[in-house]
Write a protein that binds this ligand. Structure first.
Ligand code: CTP
Length: 396
């Protein structure tokens, strides 16, 4: 998404400046081009040399150096986005009043690209009337704000004022400016994670699903312009994308109800959740004590969400399921495709190296109801999500 995008970063004098080094690394890893302009006081917090090495570009601080003038106008035009982070109170006040006494401010005043700010300050400064007034002015001037987090502050106090984390900033920029249109207007529903079936008030039947695969698919569809709803059970991951609608459930029954409610208006449904096949027939009201030598739990079958959707889906709705197999993989996956009336099934085999619970890689085969079968190599779950979404683009 960020490949070849031109990101201009403005760093001001704040202790949070050190976090920008991680952000630059994330941007370079995403193959964006990065240029940095710093205020003179930012040099007290991080070294321009480090910034220059990481960004692979010369850092600009002064308006003129060795009788040469830095072209702040062209810098603003070069950029697809100008991010000012961390934004100090001082630079905020100057921006709100159009003051132009350093290179960063001159670049801001001449920037024709979108401008985003990520403030960092102590809580009392953040809550000051002057800060609120200045931020309101910036917003009126069309500047995008990445609001502060709550947490430990440089003063040692705990409160609001921490700059957003690098990953949050990266997500904000991608979400606001770099989503594409392949699935624009399409409504996609995804289930992810494992369900918990209660035994008593303190115990449940669960599984090892981390939710990584479902989240990666949701984010990929979202980045390609889709309107995404993600129904999650127990997961070990989260998404920073604010535009993805997340619905949290616990049991298979709750996931069934939530999925049915959403399904009517959906174009594409992807069932990536590890739904418990069985639940205890009776849930003990009090904690089960260990006063018996043996106990047994009677289990009853949960509803199969994918199979139900397969039985009610309309012609224009595309339904994709997963099959996790340990043996007779293709045959079992094909049976699931047919019996659940899905349009396609993504097969993962626990026998394959690089595939399985909790891993960040996966190896899949996609079986389509038209009889075609496509094998993919071992890839990161993000890459696998890209393959699945590209595959879907052929059918919807
Ligand atoms: N699935 C579902 N509801 C269930 C069980 C499974 O929607 N109650 C979906 C899963 O999300 C997945 C597909 O069905 O998309 C296949 O799940 P899997 O666990 O591989 O197979 P099962 O149908 O549970 O069959 P088995 O455990 O016998 O292999």
């Amino acid at each position: 998404m960020l490949k070849d995008k031109k990101i201009l970063i403005g760093i001001t004098g704040s202790i949070a400046a050190y976090k920008i080094l991680s952000l630059i690394r994330l941007l370079i890893k995403a193959r964006a081009e990065v240029k940095v302009v710093m205020t003179p006081s930012a040099k007290d917090f991080i070294s321009p040399l480090t910034v220059s090495v990481l960004s692979k570009n010369k850092v600009i601080i002064e308006l003129a150096e060795n009788d040469e003038w830095e072209n702040h106008v062209m810098l603003g035009r070069w950029a697809d986005v100008f991010l000012i982070a961390p934004l100090s109170c001082n630079t905020l006040a100057k921006m709100a009043n159009g003051i132009c006494d350093n290179m960063l401010l001159a670049t801001y005043l001449s920037a024709t690209c979108p401008v985003v700010v990520a403030p960092a300050m102590d809580e009392d400064m953040w809550k000051h009337a002057a800060t609120k007034r200045n931020l309101a002015t910036l917003k009126k001037d069309g500047v995008h704000l990445i609001t502060v987090n709550k947490g430990e502050l440089a003063s040692g106090l705990f409160g609001e004022g921490r700059m957003a984390e690098p990953e949050e900033i990266l997500t904000f920029i991608t979400e606001q400016f770099f989503r594409t249109n392949e699935f624009k207007g399409r409504k996609v529903l995804i289930t992810a994670g494992g369900t918990h079936e209660p035994i008593d008030p303190v115990r449940f039947i669960g599984n090892h699903s981390s939710g990584k695969m479902g989240f990666a698919i949701a984010e990929e569809f979202y980045l390609k312009g889709a309107n995404v709803t993600l129904i999650i059970g127990s997961v070990q991951v989260k998404t920073f994308f604010k535009g993805i609608k997340v619905i949290k459930v616990t049991t298979a029954d709750e996931m069934y109800q939530a999925t049915l409610k959403e399904f009517k208006n959906i174009d594409i449904a992807i069932m990536a959740a590890a739904v418990a096949d069985y639940k205890p027939l009776n849930v003990a009201k009090e904690k089960i004590k260990k006063n018996k030598k043996n106990i047994s739990l009677q289990l009853v079958k949960n509803k199969d969400i994918l199979a139900y959707l397969g039985s009610v889906k309309k012609k224009n709705q595309f339904l994709l399921g997963f099959a996790l197999e340990t043996n007779n993989e293709n045959e079992n996956a094909l049976n699931k495709l047919k019996s659940k009336k899905a349009d396609a099934i993504v097969l993962n085999s626990l026998k394959q190296k690089g595939a399985g619970f909790g891993l960040s890689t996966n190896k899949i085969t996609i079986l389509h109801k038209d009889g075609t079968l496509k094998d993919y190599g071992v890839k990161s779950k993000t890459e696998v999500a890209k393959d699945i979404v590209s595959f879907m683009a052929n059918f919807v």
